[in-house]
Ligand binder design. Structure first.
Ligand SMILES: Cc1cc2nc3c(=O)[nH]c(=O)nc-3n(C[C@H](O)[C@H](O)[C@H](O)COP(=O)(O)OP(=O)(O)OC[C@H]3O[C@@H](n4cnc5c(N)ncnc54)[C@H](O)[C@@H]3O)c2cc1C
Length: 307
């Protein structure tokens, strides 16, 4: 049994902490912000590799997919397998090859009749939909059941947690830019409108725009933007209006729907997702637009590195 501190209480910290606690370690999360104030609370959050780099991304995405599939049988987790419809226009390449990451390559091309106007190609597949408002509190509860603790505190230097803890897991997301001086960390801002709609629809994704529509139990997420190197989490009304206009092409009712709220978050992007051990520090950050998509694959890797 090791005494381990996990810096960060987003999806990367919680998934790593949970696996380590279940493996019999004494685990404490130390985090500046807790749910509902982390970037993870701002995610859409459906399974789809996006803005994440590295040779292991495909494997981690697949491992996470399979883990979420299992979690679907636990109603309290808020995970469900939901149809995703990806639409694509010629000449607008998608950022990642997601097809390799889908277990058993279980997806199909959409027929011409199924494609919205102006789209040349599309796919339908079942993916995990992670309702963050349910899943993150669920993980916190699971962690406590497994004996884990959570401490709200800012860490200025990773080393300050030694010698109280034998091992430190750095899951600080964008915080890694200052915490470990990693200038490869670049924010990719995303803006979202959350509307009071309850439709029976699949998740809609045009990755290029990007436009996405995600029906949750508590409302409908309408996104989005990808604004590289923007450090502010402010929303702009003109941008939000543009998001609504793009999404209304798919479902016109979005235009007149009552707005519940809006938000912006910074995807913690890096040229390569960093999961590696440096003496007694294990890094797990830089997941970009894929923190949920990669979480369990990365947490498994952290567990291996601890062992
Ligand atoms: C608009 C938007 C939509 C998205 N949609 C999706 C999606 O559909 N699917 C998907 O897979 N991903 C999506 N993402 C990406 C996903 O949200 C991120 O990849 C993920 O949240 C990163 O999780 P994390 O735990 O690494 O970081 P975070 O959630 O940012 O957590 C970092 C934690 O570290 C703590 N911390 C940082 N610095 C310090 C410090 N010095 N001391 C103590 N604590 C510290 C923070 O307080 C926080 O608790 C989206 C992101 C955005 C912004």
């Amino acid at each position: 049994m090791k005494k381990i501190a996990v810096i960060g209480c987003g999806i990367s910290g919680l998934s790593s902490a949970l696996l380590l606690a279940k493996d019999g370690n004494e685990v404490t999360i130390v985090a500046k912000d807790l749910t509902p104030n982390t970037t993870s609370n701002k995610a859409a959050a459906f399974w789809s590799p996006y803005y994440a780099n590295g040779d292991r991304v495909t494997r981690w995405s697949r491992e996470s997919f399979l883990e979420y599939e299992k979690l679907c049988s636990v109603p309290a987790s808020g995970i469900s397998m939901t149809e995703l419809r990806r639409y694509h226009k010629k000449g607008t390449p998608e950022s990642e090859d997601w097809t390799e990451a889908v277990p058993n390559k279980k997806f199909r091309s959409l027929t011409k009749e199924e494609l919205p106007q102006d789209y040349d190609e599309g796919f339908s597949l079942e993916v995990p939909l992670i309702e963050t408002q349910i899943f993150l509190p669920y993980l916190i509860n699971e962690l406590k059941i497994a004996g884990g603790k959570i401490l709200q505190r800012e860490v200025n230097h990773v080393e300050e947690l030694f010698p109280e803890y034998q091992l430190i897991i750095n899951c600080s997301g964008m915080g890694a830019r200052t915490l470990v001086n990693d200038e490869a960390m670049i924010p990719v801002k995303g803006q979202i409108v959350f509307v009071d709609l309850h439709l029976k629809i699949p998740i809609i994704l045009d990755e290029h725009a990007p436009t996405y529509i995600v029906q949750r139990k508590d409302g409908c997420i309408v996104g989005g933007t990808r604004e590289e190197n923007v450090f502010t989490e402010t929303v702009e009304e003109e941008t939000l209006q543009n998001i609504i206009d793009r999404a209304a092409v798919f479902f016109p009712e979005i235009k007149s729907a009552k707005r519940i709220t809006e938000w912006a978050g910074l995807r913690p992007y890096r040229n390569e997702v960093r999961v590696e051990r440096e003496q007694n520090i294990i890094h797990n950050y830089g997941h970009g637009g894929s923190g949920f998509t990669l979480a369990w694959g990365c947490a498994n890797e952290v567990l291996k590195l601890v062992k």
